[in-house]
Design a protein around this ligand. Structure first.
Ligand SMILES: Cc1cc2nc3c(=O)[nH]c(=O)nc-3n(C[C@H](O)[C@H](O)[C@H](O)COP(=O)(O)OP(=O)(O)OC[C@H]3O[C@@H](n4cnc5c(N)ncnc54)[C@H](O)[C@@H]3O)c2cc1C
Length: 472
């Protein structure tokens, strides 16, 4: 069993690292599905476009997705109708159908071999109390003109897909590079300054850009005290299990999510989703996934992932200022919404009309529910921050962990199987949350905003831009 996403199996890539100061018209920060989709739509724009990626193409959230391309997304349409209004719900449906069309058209036009397959998708429930909600979702979708398949405890649609997200991104990268857009990988932006233009700093170089697009998933530097209340991170655990392919995908109606799809002779099975600030005993969470799937077959790959859930369930694809744009908050539906973000953000850059700019704008109308959800975020984050600072979850850990004070610094010591000690600062450089040791993946994880560090403190995933290696 490999502790790695199945999409990274056989991953081969050549990277170019930025080693000089450069200027450009548009800088895209992040090369997941959002960043590369945006760059793709800026080909032929006559603008000098540059993409920077702190790791390698797609190697963060997109590499750990389940890769469904569907508009049947739990009970999103009734939720939007109830919490916002019916018009918003209908517009969101249209946007998802358009995103599927954009994505599949690019795959066909560019002849991208990424295992695209049309499969039925279903939303199901095992809870009798949820049946009424399922019926409401079906009726609303039918009212919007969708042909819905109806079963006892599930509804389904036919015009949806699955694919291999990393094969898709690797081909997009090739097309983008062939069209004179530079992509620099292993290039981490650590600061963005606003002068006459934007100046984005890496450790050794600077990039001057007229416009900047934040396609970096978590907006790591942006009004850091405000973004955390606009959403939370939802974490899930995924396994690729040897199984017969059944050419369909499924998800249940509510948290904790159970979701599955097939890829060649694997079932990709997801469970145990929860807000990242709660239920963080990852050893238990992975064990539960392993136990639940025991009867289904052998697990070959196992991994975890998290995505941003916004307070009003809509993505944020928007101008922040005239020259600073953002695409994030995809509520675990980033294959469609990241694709759509690429089109909307490039349309904004090119001064083209796009009928979804208002729907996903940061300035969209807020409902009472939005404010209630913001309050819940504040309370949840505050509770998690405080509890983790005090208890450090010591009761979860085996005896190979020690927490100490070094002068005023909190440090943590992990002793490995060869009796070697690995010392790190136990404080996330992003916003100062205490880190939790993930015994399954052997990483230090931030329970507030999802940063991940290896046992020697190297930052594996943001929003932290810095390591936590102990220097003394
Ligand atoms: C378990 C799980 C399953 C999912 N399954 C599905 C699914 O089946 N279908 C679906 O539609 N969606 C799914 N999603 C959601 C989807 O995977 C995400 O919404 C989407 O991948 C996000 O893409 P992104 O480009 O915004 O982020 P990312 O893929 O994370 O890309 C952002 C990039 O920015 C880079 N970056 C960050 N900071 C910096 C910096 N300072 N400098 C330079 N680069 C930086 C990162 O390294 C990263 O590569 C799932 C999510 C989860 C958690």
């Amino acid at each position: 069993m490999k502790k790695q996403s199945i999409w990274l199996k056989d991953f081969k890539n050549n990277v170019t690292i930025l080693n000089k100061d450069i200027d450009c018209d548009v800088l895209i920060i992040g090369a997941g599905i959002t960043g590369l989709s945006t760059a793709y739509h800026l080909i032929n724009s006559n603008l000098k476009v540059v993409v920077v990626e702190k790791d390698e193409i797609g190697n963060d959230v997109t590499a750990r997705t389940t890769g469904k391309i569907t508009y049947l997304q739990e009970l999103i349409y009734t939720k939007l109708k109830k919490e916002l209004n019916e018009e918003t719900s209908k517009k969101y449906l249209e946007s998802q159908l358009e995103a599927i069309n954009i994505l599949t058209s690019i795959i066909k036009k560019e002849k991208i071999e990424c295992d695209l397959e049309q499969v039925k998708s279903f939303v199901f429930t095992k809870d009798k109390k949820e049946l009424k909600k399922l019926k409401e979702e079906k009726e609303l979708l039918e009212k919007f003109g969708v042909n819905v398949l109806d079963y006892n405890n599930a509804i389904g649609v036919e015009d949806t897909y699955v694919f291999h997200p990393i094969k898709y991104l690797m081909k997009l990268k090739e097309i983008i590079l062939n069209n004179n857009i530079q992509i620099y990988e292993k290039t981490n932006i650590i600061e963005i300054k606003k002068e006459d233009e934007y100046v984005c700093l890496t450790e050794n170089n600077k990039i001057k850009a007229k416009k900047v697009i934040l396609a970096c998933h978590y907006p790591f530097f942006l009004f850091p005290l405000l973004f955390p209340i606009k959403g939370h991170l939802e974490k899930s655990y995924v396994a690729a299990i040897k199984n017969k392919n059944r050419k369909m995908s499924m998800i249940n109606t509510k948290i904790p999510t159970t979701s599955l799809r097939y890829h060649h002779d694997y079932m990709i099975y997801l469970n145990n989703s929860h807000p990242i600030s709660t239920n963080n005993n990852d050893k238990d969470n992975f064990d539960s996934l392993i136990n639940t799937t025991k009867k289904l077959g052998n697990i070959d790959y196992i991994w975890s992932n998290h995505d941003i859930i916004t307070v009003d369930h809509l993505p944020i694809i928007s101008k922040i200022t005239d020259n600073l744009l953002i695409g994030t908050g995809f509520n675990t539906w980033g294959m469609t919404n990241g694709t759509l973000a690429g089109k909307i953000l490039s349309d904004i850059i090119l001064n083209k009309e796009n009928k979804y700019t208002k729907l996903f704008s940061l300035k969209r109308q807020k409902s009472l529910n939005t404010f209630v959800n913001i309050l819940i975020e504040v309370l949840r984050n505050g509770k998690s921050f405080t509890i983790n600072k005090i208890i450090k979850n010591k009761n979860w850990y085996s005896s190979n962990l020690e927490f100490k004070k070094d002068d005023s610094d909190d440090i943590a010591i992990y002793t490995d199987d060869n009796n070697q000690k690995h010392i790190v600062y136990n404080k996330c450089p992003h916003l100062g949350c205490s880190l939790i040791f993930n015994e399954f993946e052997k990483t230090w994880d931030c329970p507030c905003h999802g940063s991940k560090f290896d046992i020697d403190g190297n930052c594996l995933r943001g929003p932290s831009k810095y390591n936590i290696s102990y220097k003394k």
